[in-house]
Design a protein around this ligand. Sequence first.
Ligand code: SF4
Ligand code: SF4
Length: 348
Amino acid sequence: MKTATLSLQKRGNKLASPSAQVDFLSHTSIGDSFEEKLQNTGIFPLTATGVDIFQVNVGKMCNQVCKHCHVDAGPDRKEIMTRETMQLCLDALKGTDIPTVDLTGGAPEMNPNFRWFVEELTAMGKHVLVRCNLTIILANPKYHDLPEFFKKHQVEVVSSLPYFTARRTDAQRGEGVFERSIKALQMLNEVGYGKEGSGLTLNLVYNPTGSFLPGDQAGLETEFKRRLKTYDIEFNNLFAITNLPVSRFLEYLVDNDQYESYMEKLVNAFNPAAAMGVMCRNTLSIGWDGYLYDCDFNQMLDLKLEPNAPNHIKNFDLGKINNREIVINQHCFGCTAGAGSSCGGETA
Ligand code: SF4
Ligand code: SF4
């Protein structure tokens, strides 16, 4: 996999447009559509069960330009959540019992108000989880103390490491990323992350480096633990996730003439139990500009919440959000294949 250096948007690629992606996905059905598949298994419409995870995408700016990125993030993306929109998120969370706030991006730490937001959230008693790409910790001296900052606020750290070898990791995430990720993991371990009894959780995310489905999560976790031990690295859990045909991974599939065969794999591996457990059912996703979505993938496709639910954080209404129907399309097959896939790994 050749790594990109610019976002789709910067390259003027037509797949930078969410509507072009939705159009492509909608007109390239392989067998049943996702909606038909749900109907045939008696789980249509898919509905929310509540909100346990309030996932805030604080911006598309990132220090990396990973080949598979569904956000089309990179250093050339400037969209970031303002403090005012963060305040709207805090106002919405006040008075709810939503336990977990999941901060994602881009590299969420690059948002200038990131630390303030974490402090406000933890002061409210929320469990904060940060999707840290690891290399950000070493990207600039101003980020070197992130492990201590995370520790101070008992933030759960979830970090992508596609593989335990440099070749496969760098092919997906960029030259030198593996080495810097290892160093960052060691820094997190040094302050206690991933260490038994520390109460500081460090989870890793594995995703395939090509157009194939992830292997068994438990087996991968055992193998990652064994291989990372050689670098003296410890972590808690490994989440195995499936690449969804969105944004730069969609570009990769199309460019390599693998879209149809990949979709066929996803469709053939459809698992009703995984469909019942998809993360959108208990998640609310908030975009950098405050718009609301069922998940981060729908956010990137600009598929906002269904019309009966509010579409912006300033109109937050938990009752309506809890009772919404989920907006689906063909990319959803990525969440329901095999053992299922979510931001927290397998779902079935
Ligand atoms: S996958 Fe993560 S680290 Fe890579 S470019 Fe996208 S947001 Fe950045
Ligand atoms: S892509 Fe999003 S909306 Fe579709 S099943 Fe997965 S989590 Fe739900």
